[in-house]
Design a protein around this ligand. Structure first.
Ligand SMILES: Nc1ncnc2c1ncn2[C@@H]1O[C@H](COP(=O)(O)OP(=O)(O)OP(=O)(O)O)[C@@H](O)[C@H]1O
Ligand SMILES: NC(=O)c1ccc[n+]([C@@H]2O[C@H](COP(=O)(O)O)[C@@H](O)[C@H]2O)c1
Length: 281
């Protein structure tokens, strides 16, 4: 085995040593709704003030990261590239939702997901730098206890991201649920989405997710063209790369449980972490 073969396992073991720190931080009584637990590059993680991100574009990928997949990596890299200008490279916030609007929590534990998000951040930074031949971007790994996007957005505003332009990255299945007014009682209108998520110059970046569960590309296009007008003005749509079709966290969990290989769905260091922690068996 040469050094390159052992590097993913070494990364997995290094982040495993941080599990107690992450566990303590997540369960701390004084924890606000949203917190950044780790920033990349290391040394960039002094507490944020509301002016730290002033005027900057921050791409936010919210997920249960159970586990982070190659699809998540693809969405983040595409978003970073899409909003890069000659003068600014956006930064990225990988945001773990410890509560879900619809689903019950299933293992892994939050601190294990944060550890895997750190591995994803490392992979993303080296991939972005290699592909675009520019310095690797800044990545924050954060957690929120809020389930709805409008509440996550309010959390970010009060914890260091007030001056930023936020770009909310999501797949088609999540866009449908964001725009479902059943989540916004008592009025059941999209006003809370306009006023928070899409305040200022914020945007939504949606990725197509064609497949049996989410409808084909034509069905998804029809949905985009009928979207609420005020949302449509702030909605960017990209097709995800074909290589990500069928990749999902639940498919990876299922593959591990069946004893199948997972390297098609997750990067090597995350596969090594899943193995060392005995996750999803
Ligand atoms: N293959 C994919 N193509 C497009 N979007 C995706 C893909 N995988 C995940 N996403 C999007 O990434 C965001 C976070 O993903 P999420 O945590 O729901 O992953 P998931 O793989 O769908 O999870 P699970 O399988 O556990 O339901 C969501 O907005 C989701 O739509
Ligand atoms: N209306 C909303 O804000 C809304 C609806 C459904 C899911 N979500 C969130 O979207 C994220 C992804 O959800 P799933 O893991 O269920 O695909 C989660 O953080 C979940 O809580 C938000």
């Amino acid at each position: 085995m040469d050094n390159d073969d052992t590097a993913p396992m070494q990364s997995a073991l290094a982040v495993r040593a941080l599990l107690p720190t992450f566990r303590a931080a997540i369960s701390s009584d004084s924890a606000p709704g949203f917190r950044v637990l780790r920033s990349f590059p290391r040394g960039d993680d002094e507490p944020k003030t509301n002016s730290s991100n002033d005027g900057k574009t921050v791409c936010v990928l919210d997920s249960s990261f159970n586990p982070p997949t190659k699809a998540h990596m693809h969405l983040a890299l595409r978003a970073l590239r899409h909003y890069t200008t000659p003068t600014q490279t956006p930064s990225l916030l990988l945001l773990l939702a410890t509560a879900n609007a619809d689903k019950k929590a299933v293992p892994a534990a939050p601190e294990q997901r944060v550890a895997m998000m750190c591995l994803l951040a490392d992979e993303l930074r080296s991939n972005a730098a290699t592909v675009d031949n520019r310095p690797a971007c800044h990545v924050d790994v954060g957690v929120t206890t809020s389930a709805r996007f409008i509440d996550k957005c309010a959390d970010l505003q009060t914890n260091g991201y007030a001056g930023s332009r936020l770009v909310w990255i999501m797949g088609f299945d999540t866009l449908i649920r964001l725009l479902d007014t059943k989540y916004y009682p008592p009025e059941h209108t999209l006003a809370p989405v306009h006023d928070t998520l899409l305040a200022g110059s914020n945007r939504i970046l949606a990725f197509g997710r064609p497949g049996d569960t989410f409808g084909d590309t034509v069905t998804q296009q029809a949905y985009y063209s009928a979207v609420d007008g005020k949302v449509a003005e702030r909605l960017d749509v990209l097709e995800a790369d074909e290589s990500t079709a069928g990749i999902s966290s639940s498919a990876v969990r299922g593959a591990v449980a069946r004893g199948e290989a997972v390297d098609g769905g997750v990067c090597e260091s995350i596969a090594a972490f899943i193995r060392t922690e005995g996750l999803y068996l």
